[in-house]
Structures are given as C-alpha cells and as structure tokens.
Design a protein around this ligand. Structure first.
Ligand SMILES: Cc1ncc(C[n+]2csc(CCOP(=O)(O)OP(=O)(O)O)c2C)c(N)n1
Ligand SMILES: [Mg+2]
Length: 357
C-alpha cells in the first residue's frame, strides 16, 4: 500500500492552465433589442459597477459591518435579467446579491445604508450585505446557504401558478451550487410541476477558492445537468448584456406562458476575490488578465458606439451615475445605527412574538 501523501503543489491552482473567456460574439449586436433598452442596460451596468467599487472603498475604511461579496465583472448578468423581468416578478439571490437587488429597482441610498448597518437601510441595518431583500421590488432575499433558495424560488413560482398570476420567479446561484443536492431537487421538482421559474447559474469558474472544474464531472456544471431533468442546457456569455437579455427574455416568456422552467448557465468571472478578505491569489495570473480584458462594460460601451450612440451621451450617463453613487454614500453615512427599539421588530411575519405565548 502506498503511503505517498498527495502532492500539496497539486492544490496550487494558480499554476494551472488558464481558463480563458470566449471571444465576443459580434453578431449579438444584431439581436432585435431596442436601442433604448441597450442604453438602459449600459446605465444599469454603470450603476452596479460604480456602486460596488464604492462599497469596496467603504469596506477599506472599515465602515461596512461583516463581510461582503462583490460581483464586479459580473454585472451583465444582473443587468440583462433586470431588464427582462416585470416589476411583479420575483428574484432570489445568494449572498452575492447587491447587483440583483439594485437591478430590480431598490434605491441606491438605502442599499448602501444597509451595507453600513444603518437605520436608514432597506432592512433598517439589521440584514447587511449578505441578506439584502426588497419585497416591494420583487427581490425576495439573498441567501447564504448554498442551494437553499432554489427550492424557495420554486415555492414562489408554485404560488404564482396556483394563483394564476403569470408571475415568474428567478433564482441566481453560483457554479458551486450545482454540486449541492438542493440544486438537483429543485430542478426535478420544477420540471415535474412545470413551475414558472428560471434557474440562472452565474458560473464565475470558482466556488470560493476552488476551481469548479476540478470538482465537477462535466465541463458545464449547470447546463450539462439540465437534460437529466428534461431541460435544455443553455450556456450564454455572461459578460455580454445583450446575450443575457436575449436568453433571459426567452426563458421568462416561456415560464409566463405556462411552459415550465429553464436553466441558464451564464459564464462570467469576478474581478476580485470571493469575499472582502480574499486577494484571489489562487487564480492563474494570465487568466485574471484575460478576463479583465473581457470586462463587460467597456465591451458594451464599444458596442453602443458602433450602434450610433454618441460618446457624449455615454459619458453623461457615467457622470450622472457617479453623482447618484456619491449621494447614496452621503445618505448612508448620515444614518445612525439601529436603536434598541428595533431589536424585536420584523422578527416574525405576524409582526410580534405574542403568538408563541
Ligand atoms: C450549504 C453550504 N455549504 C457551504 C457553504 C460555504 N460557502 C460559502 S460561499 C461558497 C462557495 C459557493 O460558490 P458558488 O456557488 O460558485 O458561488 P460564488 O461565490 O462563486 O458566487 C461556499 C462553499 C455555504 N454557505 N452553504
Ligand atoms: Mg462561483
């Protein structure tokens, strides 16, 4: 019997061959997407980018309580879906949920205040970065337990189906989630009951510090599993808002029409580490560099120029977004920490704990 210990070098993932992005599909320029919608997606991506860059700065100043997970580099997914959804549809996200909350229309000031744990935050400062929720915007929560919210999204979709409202539920999750039992249970359940739900895997190639491909039996961890549940294996360039919007609109229309669930794998990359404390050094340097070059925002900027949007218009959008992020920061900093009177509020759905007695 061999007593050989596994080579620790085998776990230095930074030395692996880079997993490179696909080239831009220039034909996406010709998708039938109204220019106004594209400009809106540009603006939304700017908002998400500038908001999270500011959130990062505030972390560095120790103003954000707890940890946080940014989706810098992954904005095109939230933007494409944000535009494809109707205001009364439902979104469910992971702890990496800032972008999905803002993309549904939650105001920047109260979201920023929530990150700072202030009373003027969307959850009165009691939820923080990992638990952003805005029911009034159909953002039904950010969940830290991997896979849990896919089954909850099924519940929302099932409720909509029973009520006959034609609302759609969308669950965003990471690549790592596809190796969790709840992912498989949720897909099967949604498929047999034709639930109006769209499962969206944001495949950023890493689950915390482990490359997804070293722990998955198939190359596309979400899409390749779809056929096991009777679903098409849809893979989309998650760095191209037009491509995402296109598949999102199709999947949402399918769900709304009563034709059942879809599974979409959006391939993308996070610019930074998994969470606040992570410098992301386990990634090959040439891989990080190649993905930074495939940044969704400059690519989209270039596309809009080619479609005839004047550079000045895009610059004006960037500038007005910068002003909004500045205002949101001031609003957040101006809030106070939640007072003791909030300790037992919003804890139970019925508004209090009296029912227990
Ligand atoms: C059930 C469960 N197991 C483990 C964890 C610890 N954990 C937190 S984030 C994470 C990685 C998830 O990776 P992925 O699904 O790819 O999402 P990403 O962070 O890349 O967006 C893990 C394993 C958890 N939160 N929940
Ligand atoms: Mg991941």
């Amino acid at each position: 019997m061999s007593t050989e210990v596994h080579d620790p070098g085998a776990y230095d993932y930074s030395q692996r061959p880079a997993r490179l992005p696909v080239d831009v599909d220039h034909s996406n320029k010709d998708l039938a997407i109204p220019l106004q919608d594209r400009v809106e997606m540009y603006e939304l991506q700017q908002v998400l980018r500038q908001f999270e860059k500011r959130a990062y700065d505030l972390f560095m100043q120790n103003l954000v309580k707890g940890t946080s997970h940014l989706s810098l580099g992954m904005e095109a997914v939230a933007a494409g879906f944000g535009l494809a959804l109707r205001p009364d549809d439902y979104s469910f996200a992971t702890y990496r949920g800032h972008a999905h909350t803002i993309a549904r229309g939650a105001a920047l000031g109260p979201v920023m205040a929530e990150l700072l744990g202030r009373e003027n935050g969307i959850l009165k400062g009691k939820g923080g970065s990992m638990h952003l929720t805005s029911v009034e915007h159909g953002m039904m929560g950010s969940y830290a337990i991997i896979g849990a919210h896919l089954t909850i999204a099924n519940g929302a979709a099932w409720a909509a189906q029973l009520r006959g409202t034609d609302q759609v539920a969308v669950a965003f999750f990471g690549d790592g989630t596809t190796n969790i039992g709840a992912f498989h249970e949720a897909l099967n359940f949604a498929a047999i009951w034709d639930l109006p739900v769209v499962f969206v895997c944001e495949n950023n190639l890493y689950m915390e510090y482990t490359p997804i491909d070293v722990v998955s039996a198939v190359p596309n961890p979400a899409a390749d599993r779809g056929p096991a549940y009777g679903l098409d294996g849809i893979v989309v360039d998650g760095n191209d808002a037009d491509a995402v919007f296109h598949v999102a609109s199709q999947a949402v229309a399918r769900a709304r029409a009563g034709d059942g669930p879809s599974l979409i794998e959006a391939v993308t990359y996070r610019h930074g580490g998994h969470s606040r404390a992570d410098p992301g050094k386990y990634r090959p340097a040439d891989e990080v560099e190649a993905w930074l070059e495939r940044d969704p925002i400059p690519m989209y900027h270039q596309r809009l120029l080619e479609l005839g949007v004047p550079e000045g218009d895009l610059a004006a959008i960037q500038q007005s977004v910068a002003g909004r992020v500045e205002d949101a920061t001031e609003f957040a900093k101006g809030g106070s920490p939640p007072g003791e009177e909030h300790l037992f509020t919003d804890v139970w759905a019925a508004g209090g704990s009296a029912w227990r007695n």
